[in-house]
Every structure is written in structure tokens, then in C-alpha cells.
Design a protein around this ligand. Structure first.
Ligand code: ATP
Length: 366
């Protein structure tokens, strides 16, 4: 697929809304006036907390739900009210929904047999699909006798054999244990690269979204908070919600003060001064955000290289093998810092000086 072809929108969501009625009669706005474009050759993830509307959005693309307003176009064709089987889309559901009395091959070929594709053609395509998901020798095995990870692959093969233009994945790894989930993140990403078709995945797991996606759509309360590459969303969160939901973050409310030298000065609740490269109008309240891994400790022996320091007191510190974490009471808040390399933890009560680079301090609306 050429670069232009890859970036062509395969799904266009135009001002889509969907509300439900709760059992008590209240209106729930699951998706509100949402617009989104999904590129043809990309791995896109809808990321957000439970109830933010991501599954509802996915179901409207798959044809399992009709919006109250707005349009869904797939490959340029109006599809808003078309049933699922008329859409060039397939879905892998969280529970896989495999037929337990069938073999892996029968499950995978089922859609083609319903479509009355000749047997020889089905056999050929099933073999290809099994190979694609690395289950070459498992075709004749009953799915009941397969592990969770293998069943997940069967579900993927069953969806891919119909050659969709976009594959929808609803929390595809939720039923797997942690280790398998990590392996499958790589597998899914590789598969998407190999096939070059769009994958649209729903998850509430930020690590999963960072690992697999070309584009992350951060959702909250039926709306989009931010769209961007994993790097953008992690390094340049646009809102407090995106900053707090993706990765860990320290937040310090502070008021902007007149600029001093190169950096912008802020004052936290206890009078502590903090500096950021980003500007803000003096006198206005802001929320400063800084990742735990971007704080380091200034030991007596080390220099701060001219970088600013926050003084604090250790509340607790734990050793985690690859890193050591410390909770520090500073700037009127509890800050978390993480240090690679796993050094010995600090004693509670100890005074500690945290060094940071103003370039890494994000300045958000309060
Ligand atoms: P989760 O991760 O828990 O699946 P989600 O982000 O996918 O959450 P949705 O399933 O899209 O969220 O639900 C969005 C909102 O709509 C929630 O408040 C949910 O309770 C409500 N909702 C979803 N489906 C229905 C329904 N069929 N009837 C009533 N309310 C619904």
C-alpha cells in the first residue's frame, strides 16, 4: 500500500450521536456529536475508561447499533443504517463467540460456507488464515480443546478470512492472562503490518494502546479528548484527562508569575516555585504536569546542571527490580518519581531534592 493509500480515510464518522435510556428513565449520552477519520492502513485504538462510549462507537461502525444522528461512511460509501453483513467490516468480540462443537478450521471457514463459496476454495483460504495466525497444525482441533490464546487466534482468523477492509476488535485481549496479552500485542501489531488493512481496537488499557497503535483516540464522556500518535498522546497531552489517563502523571496546581530569565515561573500552593518552558499569562491558575520518570534525585555528589530543584520529604520508597519508586511530599502535594536501574530505596522522612527539566513540564488548563 502506498503512503497516500495508507492515509486515505477508510472510515469517516461525521457528527455521530447515540443516547440510551437508563432503567430509571434518565438519558445517557453514550456518544455525543463525535467526528473521526480512520486511515486505511493504520492501527487505531479507541482508549478510555469504562462507560466513555468506545464500544458504542465501535458497534455503530460494525452496524450493530444505529446512531440517533450523524453519518458513518466506510470506504466513501454511506453505511449509517446498513446491517453488519452489508458492511466490508468484521469484528472480533471480547468473548470470541466461537462455535464450541466445531473444529478451528470449521469455525474459521463458517462464514465462507454460509456464503456458499466452493469447498476447495474454503479449504485453501482456511489453510492460509491458519498460517496467518500461526496455527498451521491446529485446523482439525476442537476449539474446546484450545487455550485462551489459541481461541483468540481462531477468532482473528475467522474475521480475517472474509477479507474485510477494516477489522474491529472489541477488547480483544481482555480474556488473556498478562503474559499472553503482552505477546498478543506484538502479534496483533505484526498481523496488521503484514495485512496492511485498518484495525480499529477498543481498550481501556493504556499500555495496550501505546504498544499497538499508530493512532490513539482518547475518549471521555462520549467525546474525543485527543487524537494522536502514542508519542503525541504521552508526551503532549492536551487536557488534564488525557494527561492523567495515559501513563502516570504528577499534577501540581500553580499560578503563573512574571517570567524570570529563560523559563516561565509558577507558584504552587505552599509557595514553592516551579519552572516550565511553556508560557502562561501572569496571575492565571494552571495545572503543571510532570511524569514520574522525568524527575531525578540530586545527591550531594551530583550537580543539577543548572536545572531547577524541588525540595521534599520522602513518604515511602519501594524497590521494583528494574526501577525504584519514591513518593515525596513536595510543593504542597504528593509527587511520584521513578528511577531506572533499581537503586536502594530512600528512608521515609528523609529530605530529598528532585531535579527536573522545565522543558518536560506540561502546562495545562486547571
Ligand atoms: P466499557 O469499557 O465498560 O465497555 P465503553 O466505553 O465501551 O465501556 P459503552 O459500552 O459504549 O462504554 O457505554 C457508554 C454508556 O452507554 C455507558 O454509560 C453505558 O452504561 C451506556 N449503555 C451502553 N449500552 C447501553 C444499552 N444498551 N442500554 C442502556 N445504556 C447503555
Amino acid at each position: 500500500m502506498s503512503h497516500t493509500e495508507q492515509n486515505r480515510p477508510i472510515v469517516e464518522i461525521r457528527r455521530v450521536s447515540k443516547s440510551y435510556r437508563s432503567p430509571e428513565g434518565a438519558t445517557i449520552n453514550a456518544v455525543s456529536d463525535l467526528s473521526l477519520s480512520i486511515a486505511a492502513g493504520q492501527f487505531t485504538t479507541l482508549l478510555g475508561p469504562s462507560g466513555c462510549g468506545k464500544t458504542t462507537l465501535l458497534r455503530m461502525i460494525g452496524g450493530f447499533e444505529e446512531p440517533d444522528g450523524g453519518n458513518v461512511l466506510i470506504d466513501g460509501v454511506e453505511m449509517t443504517f446498513r446491517p453488519p453483513y452489508e458492511r466490508p467490516v468484521n469484528t472480533v468480540f471480547q468473548q470470541y463467540a466461537l462455535f464450541p462443537h466445531m473444529t478451528a478450521a470449521e469455525n474459521i471457514g463458517y462464514g465462507l460456507s454460509v456464503a456458499r463459496v466452493p469447498r476447495a476454495e474454503i479449504a485453501k483460504r482456511v489453510a492460509e488464515a491458519l498460517e496467518l495466525v500461526r496455527l498451521d497444525n491446529f485446523g482439525s482441533r476442537s476449539v474446546r480443546k484450545m487455550s485462551g490464546g489459541q481461541q483468540q487466534r481462531v477468532a482473528l482468523a475467522r474475521a480475517l478470512i472474509l477479507r474485510p477492509k477494516i477489522l474491529l476488535l472489541d477488547e480483544p485481549l481482555a480474556a488473556l492472562d498478562r503474559r499472553l496479552r503482552k505477546d498478543m500485542q506484538f502479534e496483533l501489531k505484526k498481523l496488521q503490518h503484514e495485512l496492511g488493512i485498518a484495525f480499529l481496537c477498543v481498550t481501556h488499557d493504556q499500555e495496550e494502546a501505546l504498544a499497538m497503535s499508530d493512532q490513539i483516540v482518547v475518549m471521555n464522556g462520549g467525546r474525543i479528548e485527543q487524537i494522536g500518535t502514542p508519542w503525541d498522546v504521552y508526551q503532549k497531552p492536551q487536557t488534564r484527562f488525557a494527561a492523567g489517563f495515559v501513563g502516570e502523571m504528577n499534577f501540581v496546581p500553580a499560578v503563573a508569575r512574571p517570567k524570570e530569565g529563560r523559563d516561565n515561573r509558577f507558584e504552587a500552593a505552599d509557595g514553592a516555585e516551579l519552572f516550565a518552558s511553556c508560557g502562561a499569562a501572569a496571575g492565571t491558575p494552571h495545572l503543571l504536569a510532570l511524569r514520574p520518570e522525568q524527575l531525578r534525585v540530586a545527591d550531594a555528589a551530583s550537580t543539577t546542571d543548572g536545572l531547577p530543584v524541588i525540595a521534599g520529604r520522602v513518604v515511602e520508597s519501594i524497590y521494583l527490580g528494574t526501577s525504584t519508586r519514591v513518593e515525596v511530599s513536595a510543593a504542597g502535594h504528593t509527587l511520584h518519581a521513578a528511577f531506572d536501574g533499581g537503586r536502594a530505596p530512600w528512608a521515609p522522612g528523609q529530605t530529598i531534592h528532585l531535579v527536573y527539566d522545565p522543558a518536560n513540564v506540561m502546562v495545562l488548563a486547571p
